[in-house]
Structures are given as structure tokens and as C-alpha cells.
Design a protein around this ligand. Sequence first.
Ligand SMILES: [Zn+2]
Length: 338
Amino acid sequence: MTVDYPPQPSQSALPYRLDDPVLHTRSTQPETMTASVAASLASFHAYLRSSKRILALVGAGLSASSGLPTFRGTGGLWRNHDAMELATPEAFSNDPSLVWQFYSARRAAALCAMPNKAHYALAELAKCMPEFLTLTQNVDGLSTRANHPPDQLLHLHGSLFSLKCTSFYCDFQEDNNFTHPLTPALAIASEVSAPYRHIQQADLPHCPKCNTGLLRPGVVWFGEPLPWRVVQAADDFISSGKVDLILVIGTSGTVYPAAGYVDRVRMQGGKVAVFNIDIDESDSEDELSEVESTGSYANRTTWTFEGDAAEWVPIALEPIVGHVELPQDSSGERSSLR
Ligand SMILES: [Zn+2]
């Protein structure tokens, strides 16, 4: 199954700025890797070739070089509102106009970002390997836009591009709705200099099934449980056979929820590879420090690749997916967002 590439809004159509856009830059130059890193990569490649069942656990670092602003940390503000306080059921209940404008701006920003080579490499791995599953914490829709097979992609925190009906009596949910703006009134969220304007509830997105319920973004808000079906599907994958390898990408392997999945894979006898801009010491404690002979992985349980996941993941997966290039109309970096 293929996923249609969603329309890309032109830069000129998106004049808004988010208060603190952060674009990460590449810190690792794989082409200048040291002998020990090259040996580590060679032993990873050998193990990858022998692996039949692989799980990828993905976090924000996968999308960092795609030009996506972050609301985390200092400066996590949107129109002087704390972004964390807008991502709650209470905030939506109190002021759906404000919360919808925040999410409309985030949808637009995510549509401005482009999938990078790591998104495409994971999508290719899924096409090559039926027993491969990506469990993503990202809500940006970039894996879907890289044509990752949808039945091998689980969204642990939902998606900016999913919509759910808020009516208690209605079960409407729509995934992969890349329309922007969702209603004409929400276009104002994209205007950077326009003063904040309240939007009447009638002008916010409404459910096409029951025709009365207000739609909400299909993301997991603070205080909400993770989606049961997603957690169950990940559990089923792990318990239905040994997972040979877990790829921890753009997130630490030592914090929840990655740590729990890493532990389960290790208990089955599987091995771990971490790709992150910073590698925790405890991530690499099992890693052998001496230079290995090329191709040997017998005594090894962990590999760590420090730097931009967008650079490392395609190199690491190359024995299976081949050389990954971005589509011609795509770019891994959108510095014009600055
Ligand atoms: Zn409904």
C-alpha cells in the first residue's frame, strides 16, 4: 500500500513563526569516523544481516534535522502560552479555540518540515522486512509522509494528523488528514503578526459522522493514557517471537518507555542499537571498549551511534535497504524556517 504524498504548503503561505524554533545541526561526520566506530559499524552490519525480527523505537531526535520546531525546554511558548499547558484535556475543554489554534500552527509547521533520510531508511526497511515494526513517539507525520507502510508503524503518542470526535456517543476517528487549515477560521493561527482572535465553536472542526461533535487533535495529551491498541500491538509483536534487534532512535534507551522495551528485548536475548545526539553512559555500558575484529558481534549486546540520527540510521541500515536518497523535491534541511 502506498500513501499519497500530502500537499506541501509553500513557504510564502506560512508566514507564522513559532517562538523558539530550534534546528539541530549535524555533529557527527560519519565519513570521518574513527577506526573503532568503523569496526563497531561493521559488527552491527553483520548482526543486522542475521536479524529476522527488528523493532525500532523512535523519538524526537529522528525528526530533529527535518526543520521541526520544538516546544520543549526553555522558550517552549506559543503566543505567550506554555505549550505544555495547552496539551491537556482540561485546556481543550476550557478553550477549544485556543487549543485548536495551537494545534493548527503545529500541523502547519510539521507540513513545512520534510522527512529526512532516516525516515525513508526505516520505511524501506519495513518494505524489505515483514517482521519489522516502528513504534514512534513522534506526532509529526513524517514517517507516514516517507511512505512507511502503515501496518508496520505504531504511533505511541497519536498524531497531529489524526482527528477524533469528542462526543461521548461517537467513535469517529480519522488518520492521515493532512488538510491545512482544517477550517477557514483556523487559517488565522498561521498569521504571525495577527492578534489572537477567539474563534466561535461553530467555526472549529466538527465531526462528519455525527455532525454535532467537536473534533479534537488525535494526540495523547498530558494526563491521558497511551492508546491501548498501540500498546497491545507492540506487546503482541514482542511476545510472538524473539526480537533479534531493537533500534532506539532519537531518544534515550534508558528512560521510559524505551527502557522497558529495551529490557524486554534483552531478556529475550536480543541486542540493542542506540542512535542519538547524546549517548547516555548507561546506554553504552555493555558496549565493548576495545576495537573489535571486523564482523564480530558474538560478545556484543549494544551498539551506540552518537550524532544526528538522520545521518546515522541510513548508514546503519544500508546492507538491507541500500543507499537512501531523498526524493528530488525534498530536502533534509529547511533553514528557511529560521
Ligand atoms: Zn462524531
